[in-house]
Design a protein around this ligand. Structure first.
Ligand code: UDP
Ligand code: MG
Length: 357
């Protein structure tokens, strides 16, 4: 990128206003040095053409190829770019979480730093969001990746995720997504949960839509993932399933199974006691005895596990002041309190203001 282009951009009426930008574009970067300049150019061009106020937040996830240095330099030159440099490589989820924490926009758009997503799709996502959704997820209908090692596992994973979570979108792996900022703030990310963001958002009550988007083959560098990712996605799916179903009522899951198992075990135990004491039969070598003991102990375990889960669930919600509900809107003719609440973030009022850095 030449310097005249840069100075041209610094004069544009973007960023540095005290108001929140309309759009924050969050890009995780891990060893993508060649892609960064054309990517920033493409994002800036599209958003400026649509007269949007925006900021680009590039999170460098401990790159070793010079991406960090390039981002540091560019962030000094461009007013529309903020570089968040992580100390080491934490993984894409953590990089995105860092980006979310620094984003001030009313809408947050995420995309990959490798030019596989097309920034020209951003306005389409925003338009869809404006139809009244909280999250719009891209769908790489014609995905440009290796068929056997990437597309096939991804097909299976997506099918499974939809079956398990019942949040029906086609392409969980697509990074190009747009979110209303309130939705992002409500979600906590761990492990590799970024691909489950739509499910997490759904748990938080978000309205979700999807939109076919373009996808390009990788031009520079290499993919950071292989087949091993499929396994980790499956493990995360268990967590998500549990969260979606029982987050606020773990005892309903564990308690029911525990109780049933305990009762059946107890019943068999009574029957065996009757055989032994009432009829004088020997029961020591009966498999049924083992079954009774296993069922009873499993039941006790599950039950107490449910109680512990209840406790930690309470800690989870109460320590963060997280209510078990999300308000979309409060309608009232009394102005002040209603205005605060209509953001849906009433317990975290401080979060309404952009961070002061
Ligand atoms: N990425 C990251 N940290 C990592 C791995 C990946 O920030 O540990 C970024 C990477 O730079 C890219 C995005 O996450 O912008 C998606 O990675 P990649 O393109 O390798 O995934 P694929 O498109 O092959 O699924
Ligand atoms: Mg990619």
């Amino acid at each position: 990128m030449n310097s005249s282009m840069l100075s041209e951009q610094s004069q544009l009426p973007i960023a540095f206003t005290l108001e929140r930008p309309e759009v924050s574009v969050v890009v995780p970067i891990y060893n993508e040095v060649e892609s960064i300049p054309p990517l920033l150019e493409a994002i800036a061009t599209t958003l400026q053409q649509h007269n949007l106020t925006y900021e680009i937040i590039c999170v460098d996830d401990g790159s070793k190829d010079g991406s960090s240095e390039l981002l540091r330099r560019l962030a000094h030159e461009r007013v529309d770019l903020r570089a968040v440099l992580l100390r080491r490589n934490y993984g894409q989820t953590a990089a995105m979480a860092a980006g979310f924490n620094h984003a001030e926009g009313q809408v947050i758009v995420t995309l990959d730093g490798d030019l596989q997503n097309d920034p020209a799709d951003i306005p389409l996502l925003l338009a869809k969001l404006n139809e009244g959704y909280d999250l719009v997820s891209g769908w790489r209908k014609e995905r440009q990746d290796a068929r056997l090692t990437r597309l096939l596992p991804s097909r299976i994973a997506n099918w499974l995720i939809v079956k398990v979570t019942e949040v029906d979108i086609h392409d969980y792996g697509c990074s190009l997504k747009a979110y209303r900022s309130e939705v992002v703030r409500d979600m906590n990310l761990y492990g590799e949960l970024h691909r489950f963001l739509p499910v997490l958002a759904f748990i938080e009550g978000a309205r979700i839509a999807e939109l076919p988007v373009r996808h390009h083959p990788r031009r520079f560098g290499r993919s950071k993932y292989g087949l091993g990712r499929t396994f980790r996605v499956l493990m995360d799916l268990f967590t998500i399933f549990f969260m979606k179903k029982f987050l606020t009522r773990p005892m309903h899951g564990f308690g029911l199974f525990g109780l049933v198992s305990m009762l059946v075990g107890f019943g068999i135990g009574i029957y065996l006691t009757f055989l032994k004491l009432g009829l004088g039969q020997a029961i020591g070598d009966r498999p049924l005895l083992i079954l009774a003991v296993v069922l009873f102990l499993t039941g006790v375990n599950l039950f107490s596990f449910g109680l512990l889960a209840e406790l930690s669930m309470r800690t989870y919600h109460e320590s963060q002041n997280r209510p078990i509900y999300r308000v979309r809107e409060v309608v009232s003719s009394r102005m002040e309190p209603a205005r605060m609440e209509s953001t849906g973030m009433e317990p975290k009022r401080g979060a309404l203001l952009p961070p002061s850095d």
